[in-house]
Design a binder for this molecule. Structure first.
Ligand SMILES: [Zn+2]
Ligand SMILES: [Zn+2]
Length: 143
């Protein structure tokens, strides 16, 4: 994905009612560059932005701010680590499944899957796409 330009990032953030602070823009830019790849934990984001002048607490606040206004979403694949990813036209907000490697713990985004089952047996949360789907197995690198 092409690097988002600074004015675009500013507009995205301001349209959601947030101030376009340099750290917030840097966090959003990083998530956008990573879209449709792998959701990132706070530690990974902080590490990638370690060259910047921001402390990890600021970066964490930026991540949760972006989640609150709907520019990002967070998911816990069962290891009690929040992972963050951008919400955009190409990286849907409705929620796609994630592949979790049982060996190395890598998390990858998967395309949206449709569940084929009788409508009468489908839980309401599933119809409304209010579920998280995690597929567990061994990743290509570990296989
Ligand atoms: Zn693996
Ligand atoms: Zn994802």
């Amino acid at each position: 994905m092409a690097k988002a330009k600074l004015p675009e990032l500013r507009t995205m953030v301001r349209e959601r009612g947030l101030r376009a602070t340099p750290s917030r823009l840097a966090v959003l830019e990083l998530l956008l560059a990573n879209a449709s790849g792998q959701p990132m934990s706070h530690a990974e984001v902080a590490e990638k932005l370690a060259a910047g002048p921001w402390d990890p607490a600021t970066i964490y606040r930026n991540l949760t701010d972006l989640v609150e206004v709907g520019l990002a979403r967070r998911t816990d694949v069962g290891d009690h680590i929040w992972r963050f990813e951008v919400v955009s036209a190409t990286h849907d907000a409705a929620g796609h499944p994630h592949f979790v490697c049982t060996e190395c713990g890598t998390v990858e985004c998967l395309p949206v899957m449709e569940f084929v089952m009788p409508r009468s047996k489908t839980p309401r949360a599933l119809k409304q796409r209010k579920v998280e789907v995690h597929v567990r197995g061994v990743c290509d690198t570990c296989l």
